[in-house]
Design a protein around this ligand. Structure first.
Ligand code: PHB
Length: 358
């Protein structure tokens, strides 16, 4: 029988009951101190029929924050909060990995204790930061000194250790969407002249050091990586995306990762994504490939059947359909997502989307 969205899948050490993945989704509803709270447990528990849940992007350190009310994965209280979530998901036979995040320049001093956000180079993003007091202009970030980079690698390692203590099945290293590791990869944000800038090898150096250190800590079979080769969101660009990201996919092969996750376009309606051949890119990666962005059931099944992808991550559909797997199975209509409740707020638009027949 041909493979489809409902076929089981082994991603490294993680066994999935189907190939429908809940994509990482920022929802800005963590409690004090970045500690997951009761409604966060309910939200993830409701979505356990997914083959795999990837948590919302989760800061690895105080400096890694860039939006209000994010959960963290670096304090004992945060670990205890996440443990309730992983326990709830596992009790229902689900699998869950946590997305490890450093936002780099996409932050604001008011979110990071008055400090200046850090980045590969001192280039201010266009547009504005979401803060506790509304939208505010981004500031020019401070270029990281080379001597600070081992500390950032250590923050990823510490967060990966916290993730294991919290009972996660693995981690996803967030190297997409214009945040710190992506800022190093793409030359629109990286104008460094040391060994972390210039060539593809240099721009990918921090990502490779982070992934290598996380793999050494928790195992390659529990580590995935997310890339977004053409996403212009967060004022991102690169002069040669096809060649750069094929280089990155090739370079990641050395680790034997659980999976590579690709955002195959621009998010947030983010302008015209530049032309990019995702089929050619995918062939460079020798392991499991997770595809994301505006797939529906038919396109997801087609991508699996034709060998482009091993599994499909669904974002917006998972906001509004906790039982997306059952709805796909029955070809049932999907709930529409209410954009006004995507970011922040209460249980409304978070844990009150109806299940089929309810
Ligand atoms: C967002 O808050 O819109 C957001 C966060 C993390 C991402 C992408 C978008 O990777």
């Amino acid at each position: 029988m041909a493979l489809d969205l409902f076929s089981p899948l082994q991603l490294g050490a993680i066994n999935l009951k189907n190939r429908i993945v809940m994509a990482p989704l920022t929802r800005n509803r963590a409690g004090e101190g970045g500690v997951p709270q009761a409604m966060n447990v309910t939200y993830y528990e409701q979505r356990t029929s997914a083959g795999l849940i990837i948590t919302e992007a989760t800061p690895i350190s105080p400096m890694a924050h860039g939006y209000p009310a994010l959960p963290g994965i670096y304090t004992p209280e945060q670990v205890a909060g996440w443990k309730k979530i992983t326990d709830a998901v596992h009790a229902k036979g689900g699998r869950i990995v946590i997305q490890l995040w450093h936002v780099g320049r996409i932050s604001h001093p008011s979110l990071i204790g008055g400090q200046t956000p850090v980045a590969p180079s001192a280039i201010k993003p266009a547009e504005q930061a979401f803060t506790y007091s509304g939208l505010q202009d981004y500031v020019t970030p401070r270029a990281l000194d080379k001597s600070e980079l081992p500390g950032i690698v250590n923050d990823y390692v510490h967060a990966a250790q916290c993730a294991m203590a919290a009972g996660f099945d693995g981690v996803e290293v967030h190297s997409a969407n214009g945040y710190l590791l992506d800022q190093f990869l793409r030359d629109g944000t990286n104008q460094r002249t040391d060994e972390y800038g210039g060539s593809f090898e240099n721009r990918a150096r921090l990502l490779m050091q982070v992934v290598g250190a996380v793999v050494d800590t928790i195992g390659a079979d529990r580590t995935g990586v997310r890339l977004s080769p053409v996403n212009p969101f967060n004022d991102m660009r690169d002069s040669q995306p096809q060649a750069l990201f094929e280089y990155v996919a090739d370079a990641l092969n050395r680790f034997g990762l659980a999976y590579l996750h690709a955002v195959e376009g621009g998010i947030h309606g983010g302008g015209e994504a530049v032309p990019f051949d995702f089929a050619a890119f995918r062939k460079h990666f020798k392991g499991a490939y997770m595809a994301n962005l505006s797939y529906d059931k038919a396109r997801g099944n087609a991508a699996i059947t034709n060998g482009h992808a091993d599994c499909i991550a669904y974002g917006v559909p998972y906001i509004a359909n906790p039982d997306l797997v059952e709805r796909f199975k029955l070809d049932a209509p999907l709930n529409a997502a209410d954009e006004s409740t995507f970011y922040g707020g209460t249980e409304k638009g978070y844990i009150d989307y109806p299940f089929l027949g309810k």
